[in-house]
Design a protein around this ligand. Structure first.
Ligand code: SF4
Length: 500
């Protein structure tokens, strides 16, 4: 992502190595992910038709992505008809420029934000700050991250890596520098922490003239945007400011309200394990602010930033079905141990491992390492409410990293160079390919391996040592299968042939 937040991150193995050694982080993550995953399993088990809902969600998303060009135009017409303005942003820089200019045009120097992954993806806060505009996060977890000068580490619970004691310390130390200070003698009880955040944020809500949001969904037929949330901060951001600017990835589209119905059932159960979201805010265009709640000026910035390129990949495009429920993070054994920061992106966990390398390309060290940030156990696929086969995309991207090959960048086909560090693997695969293509060579190789089997090392040498240290290498049999077959079954069938 072009925002400065994650620039210079080391590749996943190094970043994860550091995180794995942090026992507090591991304890926080284990407790949080296990709690959420167990609740989710119970919430999903309540529905007899979960499998049908999952299949329907997948179908709706695939259909929409196949006809995205048509539905985006329909959405634009609907938004304009309802009084809004639509802007198209090809990449992060363009989106940041559009939003910054829109805020400047209002004459305001501060904005309130409802949690939005798209604006984090493009580094909007940093871009606004560079122009002297302060962006205040209003989601409780995002507030903790912002006050702690930290980075989000989970899609749904961005401060999952913090415990209550750490949050208390951040509030007590930092709130005064951003507005209303934390109350004297603040403790780490959830009610007191929530009250401190409420008081701190309320003055910002009541003062703000500009709100910035993302959206969970956009409905093409009416131009309606939807935000689902648990705290009510989103409702305040969406209804109080006179100007609302929504930055939304182009894949967040559904054609009709009937399609939306599917996701309003699957998203809350998959994410917060609730039967429905506490707050589901929907807005269509503008309102007359003298007589009704809601913005009198509304801008929708439709963000591409690598999504069209992702759509061009037949295997990888399924990542665009994602509804950001975070269920795959909570069941992932790698995420549970490494935490979200190791993924070097606003999208951590299994979905981040397939989405970031597609949105950003696999040329950087961190992006080339992400498809390997998985044990391929398949737990992510099992829980995904839109049935994204994450292991399939991971293997596909690994192939791209090792082999290079064709990909689409900025709408143009490009040949990618193989990533560095896979020379031995490539040589081994090439050699295997040559041998398997020649039956005579394969037979000679198998006989040689059988005859020399007592000399075989128990672990691989060089870079393969770490890999084989925790795995048992298969034992080579004393006689290759083909020879055994010929000696036994082959001889028998020959005998049968003679009898006949
Ligand atoms: S990939 Fe599936 S499980 Fe993971 S966040 Fe997206 S929708 Fe949820």
């Amino acid at each position: 992502m072009s925002g400065g937040t994650f620039v210079g991150m080391p590749a996943f193995p190094e970043a994860a190595h550091e995180a794995v050694g942090n026992t507090t982080l591991r304890a926080n993550l284990r407790h949080a992910t296990h709690t959420i995953r167990d609740k989710r399993a119970r919430a999903v088990a309540e529905l007899d038709d979960w499998a049908e809902l999952r299949a329907a969600g997948r179908r709706v998303k695939d259909h929409t992505l196949r006809h995205l060009d048509r539905y985006l135009v329909q959405l634009e017409e609907s938004v304009v008809r309802a009084g809004g303005t639509v802007h198209w942003a090809a990449d992060a820089d363009e989106a940041n420029r559009i939003v910054t200019d829109l805020v400047k045009a209002t004459g305001e120097s501060e904005v309130v934000k409802v949690k939005s992954m798209a604006t984090q993806e493009i580094g909007l806060n940093e871009a606004l700050e560079a122009e002297g505009i302060h962006a205040y996060e209003t989601d409780l977890a995002e507030l903790i991250v912002q006050l702690g000068r930290d980075r989000p580490s989970h899609i749904l619970v961005p401060a999952i890596h913090r415990n209550r004691g750490e949050i208390r310390d951040i509030f007590a130390k930092e709130m005064a520098g951003w507005g209303r200070p934390a109350p004297e003698g603040l403790t780490d009880t959830p009610a007191e922490l929530a009250e401190a955040a409420r008081l701190h944020l309320r003055e910002k809500f009541l003062r703000a003239k500009v709100g910035i949001s993302g959206a969970n969904f956009m409905v093409a037929e009416t131009g309606t945007l939807v935000v689902v949330e648990s705290e009510g901060n989103g409702r305040m951001c969406l209804t109080l400011p006179e100007t609302l600017i929504s930055v939304v990835g182009i894949e967040k589209l559904v054609p009709t309200w009937r399609d939306l119905e599917v996701f309003l059932q699957t998203l809350p159960r998959s994410s917060t394990a609730e039967r429905m979201n506490p707050y589901t805010s929907m807005w269509t265009g503008t309102t007359d602010s003298d007589t009704a709640d809601g913005p009198s000026t509304f801008h929708l910035v439709l963000l591409d930033n690598g999504r069209t390129d992702t759509l061009a990949d037949e295997v990888g495009r399924q990542a665009l079905r994602c509804i950001r429920c975070s269920a795959c993070l909570n069941v992932c054994p790698v995420y549970e141990r490494a935490g979200g920061h190791a993924y070097g992106s606003v999208y951590p966990g299994p979905i981040g491992a397939i989405l970031s390398p597609q949105l950003r390309g696999t040329q950087s060290e961190i992006d080339a390492s992400l498809p390997y940030a998985s044990s391929l156990c398949g737990a992510c696929y099992e829980v995904c409410p839109v049935a994204i086969d994450i292991p399939e995309v991971l293997v596909h991207l690994r192939e791209r990293v090792v082999q290079g090959g064709e990909a689409t960048r900025h709408g143009t086909k490009v040949m990618l160079k193989p990533a560095k560090g896979h020379a031995a693997e490539r040589a081994a695969m090439r050699a295997a390919g040559l041998v398997f293509a020649r039956p005579g060579a394969l037979r000679a190789g198998q006989r040689l391996a059988s005859r020399t089997r007592r000399l075989h090392p128990r672990t691989l040498p060089g870079p393969g040592r770490a890999w084989s240290a925790t795995r048992e290498l298969p034992k080579v049999p004393a006689e290759p299968f083909r020879d055994w077959w010929q000696r036994t079954q082959g001889a028998r069938s020959k005998g049968k042939g003679n009898d006949a």
